[in-house]
Design a binder for this molecule. Structure first.
Ligand code: SF4
Ligand SMILES: [Zn+2]
Length: 363
């Protein structure tokens, strides 16, 4: 007889099994480490209407509850590896945020550019078991001290987003533009819930988009480029369909995230078995050029800042440095200027283009 704690779905069972194996190898952080953020940085970025800078802070919490659940989390995600297995309390999270902010405060205040602050916690900012209501409130008041920060982006799964939390963030950051990042990944139910194991009904996403609009809170939809079990052409089609869906729904920002192979994920398992290759830059460019126009970008910004780009684990063409560096520069220019003509490949003549064309429809 089947144990009631097991999943009926073999793919979910595999994701869960791989996750548990990876979690066993997690680093145990000491108290000192838990009082410091995972990382923080400043770099050039696209703001809503101008080129500016991002100040990103990654907080260490107890991690995404979807990944820690019997469902095992999303098939491409390994962020929970960075989370702490020891309880991270309110004071620690505030300390993490303050360290990052104080370290960069004068650089931000003296900069001529405006800033977007991105707070990531490798889970959900609105999940009270990761970040409590009073910690969120305190974070909002620290952010308000810095006028140069014009936009704030946090991330959350939809089940933790409520009208009350949206009202509080809106009120707490009343001078700033607020955006909530949500991992939609794909507008296709089968790809999103069966291949990615997102556990997100499309109706729930749409409900949150409507709720946010009522409060003038923006939505940033994350789209996964080349989920597992799709070849290059299917990845292009899936992402194109999702872009159209997000534009029609009126989301404020679309962030396209080409897969990078993360530790402990199902994708990593498939990659080791040669059953998955991260996407080619050519596919991403093809998808963007064909499906967006400057007119469409008047109401929605499209961003993409792929992790691990140009390496074996990230989006890449051939492994020649020059080929990938050119692609990275072109993508960055497209994002900064929101101009699809920056992705024109006609002057890029690397021999891997032919190899790509031959294999993009293969399984
Ligand atoms: S992608 Fe987001 S929701 Fe999915 S497991 Fe990772 S952190 Fe959790
Ligand atoms: Zn090449």
């Amino acid at each position: 007889m089947k144990n009631s704690s097991e999943n009926n779905n073999p793919l979910v069972e595999k994701i869960y099994f791989l996750r548990q194996k990876a979690l066993e190898k997690r680093t145990i952080h000491n108290k000192q480490q838990l009082n410091k953020p995972v990382s923080f940085w400043i770099k050039e970025d696209r703001l809503k209407n101008e080129i500016g800078k991002e100040f990103t802070v990654i907080l260490r919490t107890n991690g995404c509850n979807w990944a820690l659940s019997r469902q095992g989390g999303c098939s491409m995600c390994g962020y929970v590896q960075d989370a702490s297995s020891i309880k991270v309390n309110d004071e620690m999270i505030i300390n993490q945020f303050k360290i990052a902010l104080e370290n960069k405060r004068s650089a931000i205040e003296q900069d001529d550019h405006h800033y977007v602050l991105k707070i990531f916690n490798s889970g959900s900012f609105f999940d009270d078991s990761e970040i409590s209501d009073c910690v969120r409130k305190e974070i909002y008041s620290y952010i308000n001290e810095i006028d140069k920060i014009k936009e704030v982006i946090i991330e959350s799964r939809v089940e933790y987003i409520t009208m009350e939390k949206l009202e509080k963030i809106k009120e707490g950051l009343n001078e700033k533009k607020v955006e909530i990042g949500i991992g939609l990944e794909s507008a296709n139910d089968h790809v999103r819930n069966d291949y990615i194991n997102k556990g997100l009904p499309i109706k729930d996403f749409e409900k949150i988009v409507l709720m946010s609009k009522q409060l003038d809170v923006g939505i940033k939809a994350y789209l996964l480029f080349k989920p597992p079990f799709l070849n290059e052409q299917c990845a292009i089609d899936d992402c194109a369909n999702s872009i159209r869906y997000c534009l029609d729904l009126g989301v404020d920002t679309i962030s396209i995230n080409p897969i990078n192979i993360q530790k402990g994920s199902l994708i990593e398992h498939l990659w080791y078995k040669n059953l998955y290759r991260p996407p080619w830059f050519y596919s991403l460019f093809n998808c963007l050029v064909t499906n967006i126009s400057s007119a469409k970008l008047r109401n929605c910004r499209i961003v993409s800042d792929p992790s691990g780009a140009g390496t074996k684990r990230g989006i890449h063409n051939c492994l020649k440095k020059e080929c990938n560096e050119t692609m990275k520069k072109m993508l960055k220019n497209f994002v900064l200027h929101q101009d699809p003509s920056k992705l024109d490949l006609k002057n890029h003549n690397c021999e891997c283009k032919m190899q790509y064309e031959l294999q993009k429809d293969q399984c």
